[in-house]
Design a protein around this ligand. Structure first.
Ligand code: BEZ
Length: 211
């Protein structure tokens, strides 16, 4: 069965551009993003890896370790990294797993045989410090992902892990949040000293509690 939200992210040891990685140990107490791309030396993947490298300071700020993956071998990754630097204007500054034996791709269900039986699709997993899967998305090979959206989800996950709120449609860090229905108005008065606005009994907005 496919990996589902709340499942423990499978642990593994695999080669990468930064040496062998034992995944759970590598993550330590950090959050993690593990994402696959179909193939080295392909155009969309080249732009994605450049974009993630440029966003590295944003991931660092949020205590998130990013790991990429394809089933290409390590020498290909190392050679392609030079192209990424040349064309995207940034060094590959996070590890890229060389999953030639598909150990990780199979454990995470990153190969979808009816789409392509040899290459990984564009999977993204966000993993919490408890090593549980918090988000899983899959994009087709022809569509480059929006990694700003991944950061937005991480902001929401990190906020909602600490406060009894959820985040509304298209929410961005700094905007009003929604008080979860399990919290009574009485409790909300104590938990949210900045106050809250009741639109419906089940729809109550409060300023972002950690700002
Ligand atoms: C790409 O990264 O450009 C790509 C990879 C596999 C299939 C289609 C596009």
């Amino acid at each position: 069965m496919a990996l589902q939200l709340g499942d423990t992210a499978p642990d593994f040891t695999q080669d990468s551009t930064e040496g062998p990685i034992s995944f759970h140990k590598f993550l330590g107490d950090s959050w993690g993003v593990l994402f696959s791309h179909p193939k080295d030396f392909t155009p969309v993947c080249t732009t994605e890896l450049g974009a993630v490298a440029k966003l590295k300071p944003e991931f660092d700020k949020r205590n998130v370790k990013v790991v990429g993956l394809s089933v290409d071998p390590l020498p290909d990754h190392k050679s392609w990294a030079k192209d990424i630097e040349e064309t995207q204007g940034t060094k590959l500054n996070f590890p890229l797993l060389a999953d030639a034996d598909r150990r990780v791709s199979n454990a995470y269900g990153m190969i979808h045989p009816n789409a392509n039986d040899t290459l990984t699709v564009r999977s993204v997993f966000i993993i919490g410090p408890d090593k549980k899967v918090k988000l899983s998305i899959t994009y087709p090979a022809s569509t480059g992902r929006n990694f700003d959206e991944i950061l937005r989800v991480i902001d929401s996950l990190q906020l909602t892990a600490k406060h009894k709120v959820a985040t509304p449609v298209n929410w961005k860090d700094g905007e009003d949040t929604i008080i979860v229905p399990a919290v009574s108005d009485e409790e909300a008065k104590k938990l949210f000293p900045k106050g809250f606005k009741t639109v419906k009994p089940y729809l109550r907005y409060t300023p972002q509690p950690n700002k």
